[in-house]
Write a protein that binds this ligand. Structure first.
Ligand code: ATP
Ligand code: MG
Length: 280
């Protein structure tokens, strides 16, 4: 792995340059530990934001082990990989998901996309530059952790939404990832959603604890520190598992269940925080 800093739109934005032309907001949904609910959350958040009148695209940025298609019950003939290799146009690869939003799916088991090569980097950037101006929100459903592909995908976003569960392993990994985002990408803010929460107040307590550790042990280059913004909790809910087994959106399968209501509330908070001005 190279130690050269990656030049990305986010880095460019820090240097005072515009990240992308156009109005679209790019938000990476990421996590330290795997399997915490990023793909479930991205898909259902997209559906909730679509219902609120926003034009949303979810991009499966887990390029090597994609599975957004599975959660959405889509069988794509054309994926991002075909766009990257010039076999298909971007328009052919953008599909409509059941929730009314658009998706750009990736293939699974693609070893060549598990590493960040200059080609992957350039192809990914080109796709982003084309889609961002066409949508109000682009959600990047990334892989977990701090591999170079994940960090690159996150660097393409102006907003980072970290998903964590209350488990100590998930929190330790979330802390480590947030630290890398501060040090490597100069991030000063990360939004946090606590998924599979089991007690009221889980998310608020966890955010407070993580913030304390960050204040104590994170010394950023510019001394600005890192601010965690708690966007809400999604409770552990059997309906989430049932919806995934049926390959349905939770917001379609059980729109009134506690987890679906929680996702809807978080969509509302995100709208207030970052999207108010992009209503189409
Ligand atoms: N709120 C919840 N309540 C109950 N189960 C949940 C909840 N959120 C997620 N799960 C369970 O966690 C599993 C993993 O979710 P998901 O695939 O969205 O995680 P991920 O973070 O995208 O994983 P990966 O790191 O592999 O991409 C789901 O299949 C579901 O069974
Ligand atoms: Mg996933």
């Amino acid at each position: 792995m190279t130690s050269t800093p990656i030049q990305t739109p986010h880095a460019a934005a820090h240097a005072g340059l515009p990240a992308y032309s156009g109005k679209g907001l790019v938000m990476a949904v990421t996590s330290g530990k795997g399997g915490v609910g990023k793909t479930f959350f991205s898909a259902n958040l997209a559906a909730a934001l679509t219902r609120r009148g926003h034009k949303v695209l979810v991009l499966d940025a887990d390029l090597g082990l994609a599975n957004l298609d599975v959660v959405l019950n889509l069988y794509p003939k054309i994926t991002l990989h075909d766009v990257f290799t010039g076999k298909a146009t971007l328009d052919d690869a953008i599909l409509k998901a059941p929730g009314g939003f658009s998706v750009l799916l990736a293939g699974s088991g693609m070893v060549e996309y598990s590493r960040l090569t200059p080609e992957v980097r350039e192809d990914f950037m080109k796709v982003m530059q084309t889609i961002v101006p066409r949508f109000d929100v682009v959600l990047l459903d990334t892989g977990a952790g701090i591999s170079d592909v994940v960090l690159f995908a996150v660097s393409l976003a102006s907003e980072v939404l970290m998903v964590a569960t209350p488990e100590p392993t998930s929190l330790t990994d979330a802390y480590a990832t947030i630290k890398v985002l501060a040090m490597q990408q100069g991030r000063q803010q990360v939004r946090l959603v606590v998924n599979q929460a089991t007690r009221p107040g889980d998310g608020r307590n966890i955010t407070g604890q993580l913030q304390q550790v960050l204040n104590r042990f994170l010394s950023t280059q510019n001394g600005a520190g890192m601010k965690l913004v708690h966007m809400g909790d999604v409770p552990a809910d059997q309906s989430v598992k049932d919806a995934i087994m049926r390959r349905q959106l939770l917001l379609v399968h059980a729109p009134g269940c506690p987890a679906a209501l929680a996702v809807g509330q978080i969509a509302g908070r995100l709208e207030d925080a970052v999207l108010g001005h992009t209503l189409s």
